[in-house]
Ligand binder design. Structure first.
Ligand SMILES: O=C(O)CCc1c2[nH]c(c1CC(=O)O)Cc1[nH]c(c(CC(=O)O)c1CCC(=O)O)Cc1[nH]c(c(CC(=O)O)c1CCC(=O)O)Cc1[nH]c(c(CCC(=O)O)c1CC(=O)O)C2
Ligand SMILES: C[S@@+](CC[C@H](N)C(=O)[O-])C[C@H]1O[C@@H](n2cnc3c(N)ncnc32)[C@H](O)[C@@H]1O
Length: 749
């Protein structure tokens, strides 16, 4: 329900008017015209933490600043005012509860987020009392129709050839209206339909917030405001870098990437915790596509960036381009979002007495120095061992000990990965051929931020594939044409496929055969667990295509990998399929071999050192040892969908004279360990979990079987991790405690 000037508002058009009619009528309402004029007469306040500290002798005010798409509901006991700016085509919405001063502000940038966004704002404001009267202010969203040239760029929709043509979509109704009008209409329509009583106090949008130069170009009068929580009054405002509350660059990036993250669909971004007055920036993920944009857009001039990335280039703040560049720099330096949001946790900041923000004490999730031992003297590819100093020579129940081969004491999830992870700078640079022609049809990159409405991809996987498809088609075409010409001259058969194991990471563990094939290939399809160091050996003319998998995210399905291998082999290419470890150990190598042979393609398999062998050698663990372990068993922690539960094998595997090596076992280890103990394996059986084995980033945790799952969690080991369970583990010179039982066995031999 909408109220203006103390009275319920209605339009003449119908009992239930459309948002557009309501908005037009509201804009003409004399009380709101007057309110807009009064708002415009207030001098704009510039916010800066520096200014505050120098000029203000009164107690320091506390505020919350919001970026595009963010919202916050604040308690007047904790916060004096809330504000936003940079709302050119966006609209800043403030709702104030006069009974208790609770205030919510959002920076809305699309009609799609209005419905849920208003519910988010009201959830902490109205206390289930829908009869409540609330003050509403809308500021921003100038008459932007004159910016249609830029709108055309923004509405550029990538439609890959199989779905139709590249389409600029510029003639849509939204474009004719600009951005602000449909957004404003949606906001008033939603307010109208909701049961609460909304008193519109300020409506400084569209014509009321627009001035024109003699040529008729439109500019906003204001793009920011702040609302005081004690009075509910608003003031035009502009905020500088020092005053935008914590984590500016990450929050700006989050806005851009949220468009492609389905978890944010229809919602405002969670930013602030009302109860604790902490900034609590909910996590987001960025993809190779964002990195790609950053790397390509950074080379454009400032004026090109302004044109391409803004919906209203003539209306932006002077630091618009600088802000874009700061985001791109950050993405290029931190291509993996997990460094910014370890364990996908929010970033939390608390206020300091000086008006700044800091991470709460004790919030650092990295492991404390005392609990991780750094063994920098120990080279990852070496087989030279040093016995760690033992605190006691007598037999002790084993607790646990972790080793970190890197010099840093932080968890490896925040250090760069040695593998070809889904979105790494190494991967991007390597696969650049795939992405460089992405915009060849228009030569215009897709803008990603600031009031923009970028293309809406259904999932990261589709996103990745969409980026790859055009170039893959081109390459296939080139190969086919080449083959046709050669065929005309006497003909040649299909190409070969080499199924190559690259070992667990250390490039020195490659076989000579693998090394030779890698250096001479035309096209290489590589998995995630192929290390960057191995890929550095690939010949400069070769094309690389990532087809990796991680738990829950398969960049290509197995069937797609089969089809790719087949298509390129049929086109005459020598295709190399690179896999981590050995291709025939939990590598689906057998399936790929089978499929290709059935299609008449020859497959050469080049074995690799499997993770168990590479890692055991590195740690000095004999996988079998006379009198200690007379067999070794490789287990998977996961079975394929619909397969038998791998943990059923625990009954047979609980053999004290056998060594168990668990692949893909991180998430299911707690259950496996319990089952092994249940079936008779001693809870004190030595075990080790090794993350990123044989690479410079290797870390490991030694513990007894009963403790190893907990130790893995507190060390924050990430995939890939290999787990070795069995008495042989205690034979490692790195085993932290002398175990009499094992020593006796070895001596007796
Ligand atoms: O059917 C499925 O793939 C889903 C079940 C599933 C598996 N692992 C999983 C999951 C959960 C998930 O991916 O979300 C879970 C999974 N998939 C993967 C890993 C490895 C990791 O992230 O460290 C993990 C384990 C994560 C953890 O340690 O908890 C990735 C994976 N699975 C697999 C491969 C090898 C490949 O596909 O070429 C690869 C690596 C590919 C690469 O380097 O990019 C294959 C795989 N997935 C699986 C198995 C066991 C099959 C069996 O014996 O029944 C096997 C081995 C095989 O088929 O020969 C099953
Ligand atoms: C799908 S399997 C692939 C195994 C591979 N074909 C081999 O022979 O080593 C993936 C699992 O291998 C193990 N793994 C592979 N490389 C590893 C490494 N460098 N460090 C630790 N574990 C590794 C992990 O258990 C990971 O979850």
């Amino acid at each position: 329900m909408i109220f203006v000037d103390g009275l319920p508002f209605s339009t003449d058009s119908s009992a239930s008017p459309q948002g557009r009619d309501t908005l037009v009528a509201l804009l003409e309402h004399p009380a709101l015209v007057e309110a807009s004029n009064s708002f415009k007469a207030i001098p704009e306040r510039r916010f800066s933490v520096r200014e505050e500290s120098v000029l203000d002798t009164s107690p320091r005010s506390k505020w919350v600043y919001l970026f595009q798409r963010e919202y916050a509901t604040v308690d007047p006991a904790l916060v004096d005012f809330v504000g936003t700016d940079e709302a050119t085509t966006c609209i800043g919405v403030a709702i104030w509860n006069p009974r208790n001063g609770m205030t919510s502000v959002a920076h809305m940038d699309s009609p799609n987020i209005v419905d849920t966004g208003l519910s988010q704002m009201l959830s902490l404001l109205v206390d289930h009392n829908t009869d409540m009267e609330l003050d509403v202010h809308l500021v921003g969203g100038f008459e932007d129709v004159s910016t249609n040239v830029c709108s055309r760029i923004l509405y550029f929709v990538i439609d890959f050839p199989e779905h139709g043509n590249y389409n600029t979509g510029s003639e849509s109704q939204e474009n004719l209206d600009g951005y602000s009008f449909p957004l404003g209409a949606k906001i008033v329509e939603t307010l109208w339909k909701r049961p609460e009583k909304f008193h519109i106090r300020t409506l400084c949008i569209l014509g009321h917030n627009t001035r024109r130069d003699p040529e008729g170009n439109a500019y906003p009068n204001f793009n920011g405001f702040m609302i005081g929580t004690s009075t509910g009054s608003i003031t035009p405002a502009i905020f500088d870098k020092t005053s935008r509350c914590p984590d500016e660059v990450v929050r700006r990036i989050r806005v851009s990437v949220s468009y492609e993250d389905s978890s944010w669909k229809g919602k405002l971004l969670e930013t602030y915790d009302t109860q604790t007055d902490h900034f609590k920036i909910a996590p987001c993920c960025w993809t190779l596509q964002q990195l790609h944009f950053a790397l390509s857009l950074q080379h454009y001039s400032d004026s090109e960036i302004l044109l391409m990335c803004s919906t209203s280039p003539s209306a932006e703040n002077p630091d618009f381009v600088e802000n874009m560049r700061r985001q791109w720099d950050y993405l290029i330096k931190h291509p993996d979002w997990r460094e910014t949001f370890p364990m996908k946790q929010p970033r939390i900041f608390e206020r300091t007495a000086e008006g700044g923000w800091r991470k709460p004490q004790g919030a650092d999730t990295s492991i404390s120095r005392s609990r991780i031992q750094s063994l920098s003297a120990f080279s990852s590819s070496s087989t030279h061992f040093r016995k760690p100093h033992s605190s006691s020579s007598s037999f002790n129940p084993i607790s646990s000990l972790r080793f970190n081969f890197t010099s840093s004491n932080s968890s490896s999830s925040s250090s760069s990965s040695p593998f070809t992870e889904k979105a790494s700078i190494e991967r991007y640079q390597r696969d650049h051929w795939l992405y460089k022609n992405q915009h060849s049809e228009s030569d215009q990159p897709v803008p990603t931020t600031c009031c923009s409405l970028p293309p809406d991809f259904d999932s990261l996987r589709e996103n990745d594939i969409a980026l790859q498809l055009p170039e893959l088609r081109n390459l296939l075409q080139v190969l086919r044409e080449k083959r046709q010409t050669e065929g005309d001259r006497g003909g040649c058969g299909p190409g070969n496929v080499f199924l190559v194991g690259t070992g667990p990471g250390d490039p020195e563990l490659l076989t000579m055969k693998a090394y030779r094939v890698i250096q001479t290939a035309d096209l290489l399809l590589y998995d995630r667990l192929v290390s960057n160091d191995v890929l550095d050996l690939v010949g400069s003319g070769a094309r690389l295509l990532y087809v990796g998998k991680t738990a829950g995210y398969h960049s290509r399905t197995q069937e797609e990998i089969h089809e790719l291998l087949l298509s390129f082999a049929e086109a005459g290419a020598n295709v190399v399929r690179l896999k981590g470890g050995d291709p025939l150990v939990f590598g689906r190598g057998g399936e790929e071999m089978d499929f290709l042979r059935q299609q008449g393609i020859e497959v050469n398999v080049i074995p690799g050192i499997t993770a168990a062998s590479g890692i055991a050698a590195n740690l000095g663990i004999p996988l079998t040892h006379r009198g200690v372990a007379n067999s070794v068993r490789f287990l998977t922690g996961h079975s394929r969908k619909g397969g038998t539960d791998p943990l059923f094998v625990a009954e047979n595997a609980a053999d004290p004279d056998s060594t168990l090596v668990v692949y893909m076992g991180l998430s299911t280890l707690p259950s496996l360990a319990q089952k092994l103990v249940h079936h008779g394996l001693s809870p004190n059986t030595p075990a080790v979990a090794v993350e990123r084995g044989t690479t410079p980033q290797q870390r490991m945790v030694f513990a007894e079987l009963k403790d190893v799952a907990d130790e893995i969690v507190s060390a924050e080991l990430v995939s890939p991790t290999l787990i070795i369970i069995g008495k042989v583990v205690a034979l490692s010179p790195l085993w932290p405690y002398a175990s009499k039982e094992v020593s006796c066995l070895v001596e007796a031999l």
